[in-house]
Design a protein around this ligand. Structure first.
Ligand SMILES: Nc1ncnc2c1ncn2[C@@H]1O[C@H](COP(=O)(O)OP(=O)(O)OP(=O)(O)O)[C@@H](O)[C@H]1O
Ligand SMILES: [Mg+2]
Length: 475
């Protein structure tokens, strides 16, 4: 409550110190307001001490500067000219107020409305019962931002002094409203910025997610492709390696074929003269007296000729194509048959054969002569490996689809070089060897559809495994 009722002003009484004080107090209160509505609310409550009114309105100039819109309005009666009402500024009577920046006083609105029938706004406030009006421009450094209207139901109430006093109030209003507009603008800009930021963040997040997904997909594809390429590379390497091997085999077999052909023709050329030499020496020896010193020499010559004959036979065996004539053959029976021959041959005299698990095994389809050749070759190797004599074990095993025959000696075993070159024709570590024994064995086994494996045996010596296809004919 104000301590004393504030003095009202009339044209004759300029604002005195009390009025200024009161104005100041009102301004302070008004300064607390923010929006035009709040400002207007305070003004409507407090300014009554300074001038009479029944209605106060605030209109703001639009951004285009062409129109004004009623932004806030208070009235002690029903309102005909409501908030939101818009009118053209250009060409209107208000333009003058805005342009000159001076208050306008209309103390007989009815007469004014009658003189200006086009002015809708005047007509409407007259209809509200207003008879006088004081209109003030809201200026910021001379720039009009709006208009403030004071209206009274009584005619002839406003004076120049009211106008002069209210110019200050209007200045404050203008600043407050502008401050509020700028604040709202800043707030809107901040809000927009925040929204844009949020949108940007969401888009960055979405894009990151998409990129991550793309990256993951790419990674999976790269991994799959790498695997595929690795597999292909492996295949190619394998293919290349197998090509290289085949090529090497081809070269070897071509070389061997040529060598074999040559060996066969040389062997053939040697065979007949050898037979001639052997026959002639035998005749000569038989004509010598027993006890003649040359008889022994001739015997030695015959032995060497026989060795040569063996070599020639081996060469022919190796060089000529092997055409086995397979019959159902029991390996145990074959061994029984060759045992007496072995016993009578000094080359095998120091060997003792131990045959195990062969009897009762199913027969194989094989050429008996060729299998004999294989066994003699293996036993010869065993005998060479055990010059002081030793045991050779021969055993058999039914593998289901095939038959295995194993020949094992107890000699020193295979050297690493021998393991690598075993089946190479003419590979030998012996002074008197030809190096054809195992090559012939391999050829014979392969011509039977079988296989030969030579390896160091567990516990020493060499074990040779011959595999024969089982006979389909049951004996
Ligand atoms: N039982 C074995 N123990 C140790 N080494 C062996 C045995 N069998 C073969 N070898 C090695 O393998 C080489 C090749 O054997 P292969 O039977 O083919 O020829 P060779 O016995 O040397 O001569 P050939 O058999 O033509 O008279 C032998 O020289 C020897 O070094
Ligand atoms: Mg041999």
């Amino acid at each position: 409550m104000d301590p004393s009722p504030p003095p009202t002003l009339d044209a004759e009484s300029p604002p005195d110190a009390r009025a200024l004080l009161l104005l100041n107090a009102i301004m302070e209160r008004i300064n607390l307001g923010n929006t035009p509505e709040e400002v207007l609310e305070v003004a409507f409550e407090r300014l009554r001490a300074l001038l009479p009114y029944n209605r106060i309105g605030i209109a703001l100039v639009e951004a285009d500067g062409q129109r004004v819109t009623l932004t806030a309005c208070r009235c002690d009666g029903p309102i005909q000219l409501p908030t939101g009402y818009t009118g053209r500024l250009a060409g209107s009577s208000l333009e003058e107020v805005v342009r000159c920046g001076r208050p306008r006083i209309l103390n007989d609105l009815e007469a004014y409305s009658a003189a200006k029938p086009d002015s809708d706004s005047t007509r409407l406030i007259v209809r509200e019962g207003m008879r006088s009006s004081l209109t003030l421009p809201l200026l910021i450094q001379g720039r009009p931002i709006g208009i403030m209207f004071f209206s009274s139901r009584d005619p002839n109430v406003y004076t120049e002094a009211h106008g002069a006093l209210l110019r200050q109030v209007a200045g404050h209003f203008a600043i407050l409203i502008e401050k509020n507009r700028l604040g709202a603008e800043r707030k809107r800009a901040r809000e927009e910025l925040r929204r844009a930021n949020q949108e940007l963040e969401a888009r960055v997040e979405e894009r990151t997610r998409q990129l991550q997904k793309l990256n993951d997909e790419l990674e999976v594809r790269v991994r799959a492709r790498t695997k595929e390429l690795e597999a292909r590379l492996y295949e190619r390497t394998e293919l290349l390696e197998s090509l290289r091997r085949t090529q090497q085999e081809l070269v070897n077999s071509a070389r061997l074929a040529a060598l074999g052909e040559m060996a066969a023709s040389v062997a053939h050329e040697i065979k007949n003269p050898l037979a001639g030499i052997s026959g002639a020496i035998q005749v000569m020896r038989d004509n010598l007296d027993t006890g003649h010193p040359y008889r022994e020499v001739m015997g030695e010559v015959l032995a060497q000729v026989e060795r040569l004959d063996h070599t020639v036979r081996d060469l022919l065996l190796f060089a000529r194509p092997t055409r086995p004539r397979p019959v159902p053959l029991e390996i145990s029976a074959l061994i029984e048959k060759i045992s007496p021959i072995l016993a009578g041959d000094p080359a095998f005299a120091r060997l003792s054969l131990r045959v195990e698990g062969l009897a009762g095994l199913p027969p194989v389809d094989a050429d008996a002569h060729l299998v004999e050749d294989v066994l003699f070759n293996l036993l010869a190797n065993a005998s060479h490996a055990m010059p002081a004599g030793g045991v050779v074990e021969i055993s058999g095993q039914d593998l289901g689809h095939a038959m295995a025959v194993r020949v094992r000696d107890h000699g020193p075993g295979l050297s690493p070089e021998a393991i690598e070159k075993l089946f190479r024709p003419f590979f030998t570590t012996k002074v008197r060897g030809t190096g054809l024994g195992l090559a012939i064995c391999k050829k014979i086994l392969e011509s039977h559809g079988g296989d030969i494996r030579v390896e160091n045996a567990e516990g020493g010596g060499v074990v040779v495994t011959l595999t024969f296809p089982k006979s389909r004919t049951r004996t």
